[in-house]
Design a protein around this ligand. Sequence first.
Ligand code: FAD
Length: 490
Amino acid sequence: MSKKYSRKDFLRTGSLAAAGLLLGACGNDPVERKEVVVKETPFDTLATSDPVEENFDVDIMEKEGNKRYEGFRLGFNKRFDKYPLAIALPKTTAEVAEAVRYARHHNYPIAIRSGGHSMEGFSSNDDGLMINLSDMDSVEFLEDNKIKVGPGCTLSNLYDHILPKGRIIPAGSCGSVGVGGLTTGGGYGLFSREFGLTCDHLIEATMVDGNGKIISSKDDAELLWALRGGGSGNFGIVTEMVFRSHEAPPNMISHHFKARKLDPDRATAILEKWMFHTQNLPHSCFSAYVLNGGTLNILITNFAGEDNEGVESFIEGLKGETDEYKKGERLELAKKLKNYYGSKIPLNFRNSSAGFYKDFDHISGCIGTVLKSIIDNKGMIFQVNTLGGKVKDPLFANDSCFPHREYDFISEIQAYWTEDYKEMGLHQVTHDCLELLKANNINAQYFNYCSVEFADWQTAYYGKNYEQLREIKRRYDKDNFIRHPQSIEL
Ligand SMILES: Cc1cc2nc3c(=O)[nH]c(=O)nc-3n(C[C@H](O)[C@H](O)[C@H](O)COP(=O)(O)OP(=O)(O)OC[C@H]3O[C@@H](n4cnc5c(N)ncnc54)[C@H](O)[C@@H]3O)c2cc1C
């Protein structure tokens, strides 16, 4: 089953995956369809091969001869080194529309970049225009504690603005992730079990579609449904997002467990116990099982005022299994969250979704072998995180295209290297583990941890909603100007 991987194979995999078979069945239509009102912009119908020389006011950095170009080209993952023919740096929705007009004028495919954290480098390309939204990073409070956020706003910037005002939007934990990509792909983290996903809090969006037209989700409820978890680089460029917010908890506590020199049997036995005990955690808690080579770290965060019985029984249950337990400090929320912001500087890494899981039985057929691969290969990390709670809310399920709400766990397989010669070996380990999981019917995957290895990515990311997403693609980007190797197909 193990395939030997060459660098060429990896370069090819993207196009193979993009050409993969469509397995999705027609989904139910969860929202009432309305007549879509499309606002006209000065760039109404645009020819793809307009012979007239045009002027574009939006800041465009062409690949050749622009010293600033390089500074906007690279993303967070050093694995990707793409050279778009031009990079647009818009400051307003109208300028984004103009950037689309520029792309259409030159017949350039469009890649969209907000925070630049795509796990497969989907926010850049080599043959077209990158629309870099990093200057569109404003945070504005509206009435009723709604918050309008620019897509280029990073999570740390968002929290710097809203936590001092006592408000929170549930999101991920990495400070440099962009709100644009996080939300359009789902968005889970320390607050999801209590409040839901980031995309569940998106109540209005402005988008420039593939024709350069400015669309408001107020005119198309189905578009909002699609942008909640299915809008990453698919239909248009989201330029403004309005979120519901919650009262921010004042502080947070954490608990840490460590076990060293694990063999696969012990790593598996602890994972089973961890999965069992997380069932009793209150929704104010998040927990992660993080196996890094032979060393295991388990984390619980809790933003409730006090640890309840569920937390106590978790601690008692895991203490006996691990080598070390430490209670973390209870800190003011803004300060505590900074502990989880992660690296600010770009890294060499690969991080792929390794499936949504229901419980231990769901993975018992293969998890021991997966964990053995992690233990045997330095640089590999296998992480399982808690979901459940409010993520399962049927109202959220109805109002968004995110299809994986029944699962209590989401996992990721990560590889980190500093020396180039280690890269291919770690890709091979990742590949073998993903194949093994697939062979054991682990099929649901998270777009925000995308992998070009998922040949059936359409179903893996979007389940039965894929066909409906294709209709929306046809509505807003019928010429497929906005695309990446796993964007919704026409
Ligand atoms: C270190 C790290 C930690 C992470 N932690 C978490 C976590 O805790 N929880 C979680 O849920 N995810 C997490 N992620 C995954 C993260 O949510 C995704 O990688 C997300 O896509 C990043 O968004 P971005 O804007 O930074 O990336 P980008 O690379 O800019 O974009 C990612 C994708 O979104 C699309 N896109 C970006 N902006 C827009 C827009 N304005 N309109 C339409 N499409 C757009 C792009 O086409 C691309 O496909 C993490 C990723 C990393 C690298």
